[in-house]
Design a binder for this molecule. Sequence first.
Ligand code: ZN
Length: 261
Amino acid sequence: MSLRVTVWNEFVHERNNEFVRSIYPDGIHEQIAGHLRAQGLEVRTATLDRPDHGLTPEVLDATDVLMWWGHAAHDKVRDDIVDRVQQRVLHGMGLVVLHSGHFSKIFKRLMGTSCGLTWREAAERERLWVVSPNHPITQGCGRFIEIPNAEMYGEFFDIPDPDELLFVSWFEGGEVFRSGAVWHRGRGRVFYFRPGHETFPIFHHPQVLQVLANGVRWCAFAGNDQMVSIGQAPNQKEPLEELSPKDYVAGALRHPPASVC
Ligand code: ZN
C-alpha cells in the first residue's frame, strides 16, 4: 500500500491576494500535492473551509502523514480538531509543519512552547546548511540549499531542543535559524521545515520539494506496532520473572528490612 498523505492548507492568501495566486493558482496545497503524487504517493488535500477543516476522523485514520501550512488563520482552527490531530500524532501519524506553521495551534500544542521567532520581509538570500548529512530527510541536498529570495526567520526560535537538528539557515542580513528539525511525540514523528513564504515561489524549488518528499517518507514510520496504543496501556501487574518473597507487601512494612536493624 502506498503512503497516504494529506496536505492541509488554510487556503487564505491564494484567494485574497492576486500576487500569491499568480504563484500558486490552485493553492500551495495543490502545488505540494502534485509533486508528492508524482513521487508515487497517495495524496489528498484539506482546507480550513471544509467541514471539520477537511480533517474528519475518517480522513485522519486514513492518513499516514499530515502536512500543515497556515499563516493568517491559525486562530480559526477549531480546538477540537487540534485535539483530534494531536491524538493521531500520539498514535503514530507523522506531521510535517511548514514555514509559518510554527505558530499553528497544533505545532505549539505538540512543542509545549511559544514557538516564537524574529522575522523580516526583505527578499534576502537564504542558505539552509545541512548539519545532519546522515539523516534521510537531508538526502539530495548536498552541503546546502540556496533560496535567492526568502523571508528571514531568526533566532531565538522558542522550541524545545529537537531530537535531531537537520538544517541551519544563514540569511543575507546576518541572522541564523534552526530551519529543519525533528521530534518524536508518542509514536508519531514531527518534522518542522522553514522555507515557504507565500509571496516567493519556494514550493517550486526542486530541492525544497525533495526535502518535503523525504520528510513525508521519514515521518511515515509509526513506531513499534506491537506496542499498545499510547495512552491506552492497561496496567500490567504480572511480572515476567518469578519474584522472591518480599518484606514489603502492598506498600506496608511487615517487618523492618535487615539492613536497617
Ligand atoms: Zn512567511
